[in-house]
Write a protein that binds this ligand. Structure first.
Ligand code: GLA
Length: 391
């Protein structure tokens, strides 16, 4: 938990007390354990919320203005709820504006507010700092305005904000887990039916360790959209062959894929193979975790990385290096890139007693080869968005 007292002090210095409802809220980032690029194919994912978050403090105003202070960047933005238009500068504010826009479009009335926030989720690292910003904004505005919006609806609303206002065609995973994450559990999400199951992920012997390659995810937007189109082409192919029961790649079985793959052009065949096999890995991985079989789960993580590297082609040299280095260490059960790819982080499943050695060794080796000092975070599954107590 970040320093709420400090935030409160700065809030009081910046804004005059309106005497209206005030509150503090937080939303976490996430790491995806397995199930990459499957969410927008109506598939399965297994992310968990991490112990890094955005904390927001807010108070309602008597008018329709919103003033937001970003403590990290030390910048303030102000706008009216009647005029929500994406900004070209200070684009971080678009995440907040987009959420307010979607809340209003969904028919909920909003009053203006003074807001301040601080984040310890590294930006551009693939740990969903943008989803956390959307979700904490949604929760703040919903609670201050005394609205009733359920977490799953809130996640969809935040996804729409990113799709429509920010202009990124992301799936539902990041917002979903930031809203609904639970301490000590990973979230097995069925992205077609918006159902989820809690999968226990606390074991005295194992821990999740995240390695940040510090490579900014440059190509991510254009390549992400291209992958989505390629998946659409693969889906159309299978609908044509197998009928209307195929609405997304989620509906194609591994056997059906094998039967038809030779008729699919490249790289569409490999893209489809990744998504279809990854959905299978998520389901198998969930069964393994339920039985406490962490080594089987680790093996699936390794297979997932190969598939993302060779078939989906969303990895990069540095992520591959981090995975190779990790797998040459003792006590590592699994390692893979996590998130959209092209930079960002890897996620590793490690025996607890080896963590210190792992950290030292990865830091040295990665630095020796790339000249970059990686950041390494050890985390347990954390709680999703929540209300904080103000003193
Ligand atoms: C990004 C998107 C998610 C998901 C992942 C890839 O994080 O926001 O919806 O598609 O990439 O698994």
């Amino acid at each position: 938990m970040q320093d709420l007292n400090k935030l409160q002090k700065i809030f009081d210095e910046k804004f005059t007390d309106t005497g209206l409802t005030k509150g503090a809220f937080s939303a976490p980032g996430r790491v995806n354990l397995i199930g990459e690029h499957t969410d927008y194919n109506d598939g399965f994912v297994l992310p968990m919320a991490i112990e890094k978050e955005i904390v927001m403090l807010g108070q309602l105003r008597n008018d329709r203005r919103v003033r937001i202070f970003d403590l990290g960047y030390n910048t303030e933005i102000s706008f009216s709820l009647d005029k929500l238009i994406p900004l070209r500068k200070n684009t971080w504010a678009n995440y907040l504006m987009g959420v307010m826009d979607e809340i209003q479009k969904a028919g909920y009335p909003l009053q203006g507010a003074n807001l301040i926030f601080i984040s310890n989720i590294p930006k551009g690292a693939g740990l969903s700092s943008s989803a956390a910003l959307e979700v904490v904004t949604a929760l703040t505005m919903v609670k201050l305005n005394l609205l009733e919006i359920k977490p799953v609806e809130m996640a969809h609303l935040c996804q729409r904000a990113e799709n429509n206002f920010v202009g990124v065609a992301c799936g539902i995973m990041d917002q979903y887990v930031s809203c609904l994450g639970q301490k000590n559990y990973a979230l097995f999400i069925d992205c077609r039916f918006n159902d989820y199951d809690l999968i226990p992920f606390k074991d005295r012997n194992y821990q999740i360790v995240i390695c940040n390659s510090k490579i900014q995810r440059g190509l991510v937007d254009s390549e992400y959209n291209r992958r989505r189109e390629e998946c659409k082409r693969a889906t159309d192919f299978f609908t044509h062959r197998l009928g209307s029961k195929i609405r997304a790649l989620r509906d194609v079985t591994v056997e059906e894929f094998k039967q038809y793959q030779e008729y699919l052009p490249e790289p569409i065949a490999r893209r489809a193979r990744h998504v279809i096999s990854e959905n299978y890995r998520v389901q198998t991985g969930v069964q393994a975790l339920r039985k406490g079989n962490f080594s089987a789960f680790g093996q699936l993580m390794i297979e997932s990385h190969h598939s993302l590297k060779n078939d989906y082609e969303v990895s990069c040299t540095e992520l591959d290096l981090l995975v190779d280095l990790a797998l040459s260490e003792e006590g590592v059960l699994g390692a893979r890139m996590t998130g959209a790819g092209f930079g960002g982080c890897t996620v590793n499943l490690i025996e607890r007693s080896y963590i210190n050695c792992f950290k030292k060794s990865i830091q040295n080796e990665y630095k020796k080869i790339t000249g970059i000092s990686p950041d390494i975070y050890v985390t347990l599954p954390a709680e999703g968005a929540k209300v904080l107590e103000l003193r």
